[in-house]
Design a protein around this ligand. Sequence first.
Ligand code: G6Q
Length: 545
Amino acid sequence: MTNQPLPLAQLPSWKSLESHVTKLKSLHLRELFADDPVRGKEMTLETLGIYLDYSKNRIQRETLALLFDLARQCDLPNKIAAMFRGDRINITEDRPVLHTALRAKREQSILVEGANVVPDVHAVLEKMRSFCEKIRSGEWKGQTGKRIRNIVNIGIGGSDLGPVMAYEALRKYTDRSLNFRFVSNVDGTDFSECVHDLDPSETLFIVASKTFTTLETMTNAQSARSWLVEGLGGQESAVAKHFVAVSTNASKVSAFGIDTDNMFGFWDWVGGRYSMISAIGLSTMLAIGPTEFESLLDGFHEMDEHFRTSELEQNMPVLMGLISILYVNFFDVQSIAVLPYEQYLKRFPAYLQQLTMESNGKSTTLEGQRVDYKTSPVYWGEPGTNGQHSFYQLIHQGTALIPCDFIAFVEPGNPLGRHHDILIANAIAQAEALAFGKTAEQVQSEGTAPWLVPHRVFDGNRPSNTLFMQKLDPCTLGKLIALYEHIVFVQGAIWNIDSFDQWGVELGKVLAQKIVGEIESVSEPLLGHDSSTNTLVDRYRKRKK
Ligand code: G6Q
């Protein structure tokens, strides 16, 4: 599958980067800008209405050339082609990785085992559209004849984070006569708080689960069913009017009591964290309507095409992915902050946590060897300006180097006096302060007492990207999400790992099942764990009411 001839750390470009970075580390962004006055204009890339300023990174043009060499030596162009073609690149699960087919145009053909999957994708989209129209128009009635006003998505992980993020991001485009809620945690508080003020006769539950076996989702779905049936006078027949499912598992869906006519399918070649634009996006389509959902799909597709067809040097996901590799593998960076200066993107960092860390939090190569280099950093963040009044201190003056992605839009979500100018000024100022800092001389010249000077110095030389777009609308959101999906792909391709499995979540699930049995056992269980686990189980058993 891959033509990569040598282990990563033995590639010539890797070795060249190692020696190049020794020199780079001694350079300050102040010098890089002083030596290259057009840097701030030239180290930018604009595509699909996204302006990327990457000039405030600790790079020279030579660094980029070496990173592109690395990409070629890692066979990145062929790896990209293999994903889009539907090769079984998720090797540990022996599956193609085709979330890009979810946003393919009707006339495209993408073959899985010889069959074109694009017509199936469009058939599901059509079914979703017709259902959404019935709910949004009020044609679909609940058990008592009332129209649906509340929509509750029950799902977790990939079946929750994308829908929640998209709903929040596109709130301005949503039908405000419908009320959307999202339940994910098995903690009963999540479900209880979600429904406490809802009328069951006006509530629709979407049970979103690829496998339809996930413990949290099934537990919440059962509680939802009891709540609904009880609230509607014990009528089991109400389930048909108040529950729909999104899943790949028809038999489990019908065993739950949901008519498979009310099931929206997808396929095992869509990974959970890459599924928000599949039928898992049903709540999104209900909220924004089929036409805006189409724009969202278009945005994803445009970025897919950019990624698939652009030269590496002009390819935004490739560029951003490679710059992140530089920091993680050559500057020992442990985390990257994503900082949207846009309130509607408040759940975007949470969404990215899963996308990035579940994909690339791996330490085994595709050949089954232990990696001898770092893989995924921690991705985290908060919307600006809130973060500035909390953790930015550490980014400015702490001991860790934390590259930042600033995300901003020219047009405000809600024009209000000077708010937006102030917001954007802050985003631009933070990137400037991080890069250039404030020297001891500058601090002294302000008349600061000598003992206080070291505390008030900003070293600077802290890198960032700025992503500037015109307006947060469905199409732009699609481009932005696909950009990060493909950055993750680039990282995984260079690190030579399987970005599309998630074996690391299995062990805890299995142990939890065992411990649930022990906790709920009527007779005293024989506990065979370590002494810490045994004591915790025993303590809970003795104290629970
Ligand atoms: C994502 C993961 C994971 C998954 C959830 C929910 O890539 O596979 O987050 O989405 O575990 O799974 P189900 O959709 O099967 O309930």
